[in-house]
Design a protein around this ligand. Structure first.
Ligand code: GCW
Length: 675
């Protein structure tokens, strides 16, 4: 039977090697669970389903192992682990004791994550003879942000419509909601914001709260809490008040009552996510109040409950003279120390907007008293929608592993990475969060491009443990999803690891950014008309007869001053600035020699041409694995790669011809002229 991609990485197909199967089966003769809480029940059920598929036999769930050995025991206990390793509340330990696999955790959710980790061990064909795994999540709130609208569309979604059928809820429960929850739980994702940050006030009506409550009920047994995005002016639009001023007593009361109503419908509600005074959305600044006034008002309303307020830092003003790069830092750093304890400020990985490559946001490391959450974008708004194959783990890792140097001079390198800001270890944040803007939709294969499933997977794995490598995650995913054939695994993993750099080369090399208008798909580096200067392409690349790039040094916008001196030193000198960031920070003359020995113009052309050619390499690699990959998925990806190649040529030609008008240089010899 051909694979339609629905089962994601939870395929549980029969393991082909009979000896391996038998060896696993000897240790999986029963599943013992002592209590029957709903989350533990899911854990046992998932083990049963997984083992049934992988081993081809049905494994009984028992409540008391009565000294029996040869099975799997889920043990939820407060006692310290046998070997003294510490576990946090959601962590797990898997160990073999007297011929029994014991999955130990402090909570039922930990048992669920341990069960999935054990299955992953089998799915990746590792030995379990001496299995010993101890793992705890490094970040507390690991969540997806859905930009899903009431009418079933998804902002920046490329995999069909919304998964949530608002018009059918709460009465009709699509079985797919459960599979969504299973997939997330398998990665350790424990929260989901179900509606768009450009929020409809409807989600604050009782009618919609009942629908959301029905989703929450499906997600609860998988350890997933629901969150809602807030439309700031809801007290006016659905509450009938005259104002949404956060210091107005009536407004405060409205929110207090509203939050109470939410918790009546959803007792384990996770919290509120807010996009305010950003891209035309209303917010506290409409009343001359600050982001902190707004966030704290909601936090007050949340006080009686175990929930958080997540306030987004994605803000920028329409000031033609300002540098949008600097906006979030300028608005938020003065507020450090003013936020209520329940507030997390959620920051996009880069200072602009999810570009194919951005330096890390300078807010990381500069909000010592305010927990900062990471916001990554899984959906490929700027990464070729669902036609381009871009494996995102290298992008996530590049940001997480960047050193902010907030510990100052002389501290060992790697001591103050963005990851250590986000996981709380650097500044002692009491709450920590990582969010990914979801790439899921109603397409049968969930993500449109079958290979984009790996991005959902990688986000979840990194939210749990940011020290995992992009390569290890790719390897795991390929084994679980596509094939175990070692050469093919290697080939596909290599392809995935190179895919993001290839995309950057034909799309925005050397630190170019945002050559888009409107829908963010096709190249429009010439685009110069828009209601706002920072919504044009020319604002970002600044190409002229002298050169190209945005001067953010002291002679330009001086955005670099928002970073520590060690970081400034890496980037502030055009001679030594690493090429991937060059045009982010410098306006470079066309004929200037860069570190490869080529002139800037030649280097740009080289990137555009080799980048586009590399898609042909991707096609060749993919063709090689045809015998060992499911035919339906293989054909689908083959088609998308052909499309990607065609579009990579558009990118190359659009940029080269446009920039050539300024550079007035010939296309370098090895590359033929665009036709
Ligand atoms: O990336 C931009 C998108 C908008 C989005 C906004 C944001 C939800 O183009 O569609 O709005 O960012 O993150 O708020």
């Amino acid at each position: 039977q051909a694979d339609d991609g629905y089962r994601l990485w939870l395929k549980y197909d029969l393991i082909k090697d009979a000896a391996k199967r038998d060896s696993y089966a000897r240790s999986a003769q029963f599943i013992a669970v002592s209590s029957n809480g709903p989350i533990l029940k899911s854990a046992a059920e998932e083990l049963q389903t997984g083992l049934q598929g992988l081993l081809g036999k049905s494994v009984p769930v028992i409540t008391n192992s009565n000294g029996k050995t040869g099975g799997i025991t889920l043990s939820v206990t407060d006692a310290p682990t046998a070997d003294g390793q510490s576990l946090n509340n959601e962590g797990y330990q898997i160990a073999k004791r007297q011929n029994t696999i014991v999955i130990t955790s402090k909570s039922d959710a930990g048992a669920l994550y341990g069960a999935f980790a054990f299955l992953r061990h089998l799915q990746t064909l590792q030995s379990i003879d001496a299995i010993s795994v101890t793992s705890s999540p490094k970040v507390k709130y690991r969540m997806l942000n859905h930009w899903d609208n009431v009418n079933g569309t998804i902002e920046r979604g490329y995999a069909g419509g919304s998964l949530w059928k608002w018009y059918e809820l709460p009465e009709t429960i699509d079985p797919r909601y459960k599979d969504y929850a299973r997939a997330n739980a398998s990665l350790g994702i424990n929260g989901t914001v179900v509606n768009n940050v450009n929020a409809s006030a409807r989600f604050m009506t009782n009618e919609y709260l009942q629908k959301v409550a029905a989703l929450a009920k499906v997600f609860r047994p998988y350890g997933i809490r629901v969150y809602l995005s807030v439309y700031w002016a809801a007290p006016k639009t659905v509450g009938g008040l005259k104002t949404a001023d956060p210091l107005d007593p009536e407004v405060r009361k409205w929110w207090t009552d509203k939050v109470k109503e939410i918790y009546q419908a959803i007792p384990d509600f996770g919290g509120l996510l807010v996009k305010a005074n950003s891209e035309g959305e209303p917010g506290p600044q409409d009343y001359n109040r600050t982001h902190a006034d707004g966030a704290n008002m909601l936090a007050e309303a949340m006080k009686p409950y175990d929930g958080v307020v997540i306030w987004r830092a994605f803000v920028y003003k329409a000031d033609p003279k300002a540098d949008r790069f600097k906006a979030a830092y300028e608005e938020f750093t003065p507020l450090d120390g003013q936020f209520n304890k329940k507030v997390i400020v959620q920051v996009k990985n880069g200072p602009i907007d999810f570009q194919p490559r951005e330096p890390f946001s300078p807010l990381f490391g500069n909000m010592l008293q305010t927990p900062l959450g990471m916001e990554f974008q899984i959906t490929q708004e700027y990464l070729g929608f669902a036609t381009h194959w871009v494996y995102e783990a290298p992008l996530f890792k590049e940001c997480l592993d960047s050193d902010t140097y907030v510990k100052g001079k002389g501290s060992p390198s790697g001591a103050a990475t963005v990851a250590k800001v986000v996981d709380g270890s650097l500044h002692g944040y009491p709450i920590t969060a990582m969010a990914g803007v979801a790439n899921t939709g109603s397409d049968r294969n969930w993500t449109g491009h079958p290979m984009a499933q790996a991005n959902w997977y990688a986000f979840g794995r990194l939210a749990w443990d940011h020290t995992l490598s992009a390569e290890a995650i790719a390897n795991e995913w390929v084994n679980m999803t596509l094939t175990h054939e070692p050469q093919a695994v290697k080939r596909i993993t290599d392809l995935m690891l190179r895919s993001r750099d290839i995309y950057v080369d034909y799309n925005t090399p050397l630190g170019l950014s945002r050559p888009w208008a409107g829908v963010h798909f096709a190249p429009e580096p010439w685009q110069s008309k828009s209601p706002r200067p920072d919504w044009t392409a020319v604002y970002y690349h600044r190409a002229d007869s002298a050169g190209v790039g945005f001067d953010r040094t002291a002679t330009g916008s001086n955005a670099l001053a928002q970073y520590r001196p060690e970081v400034q030193r890496q980037w502030s000198n055009a001679e030594t600035c690493p090429l991937p960031y060059l045009l982010w920070f410098h306006h470079v003359p066309w004929t200037k020699k860069v570190s490869t020995g080529r002139t800037l113009w030649d280097e740009l052309c080289t990137r555009f041409y080799t980048g586009a050619d590399s898609v042909t390499w991707m096609q060749q690699q993919w063709a090689q694995v045809k015998p060992v990959v499911d035919p339906e998925i293989h054909a689908d990806v083959t088609g998308r790669l052909a499309n990607q190649h065609k579009e990579a040529l558009w990118w190359r030609d659009a940029w080269v011809l446009y920039l050539q008008e300024y550079a007035k240089q010939p296309i370098p010899a090895p590359f033929k002229k665009p036709e």
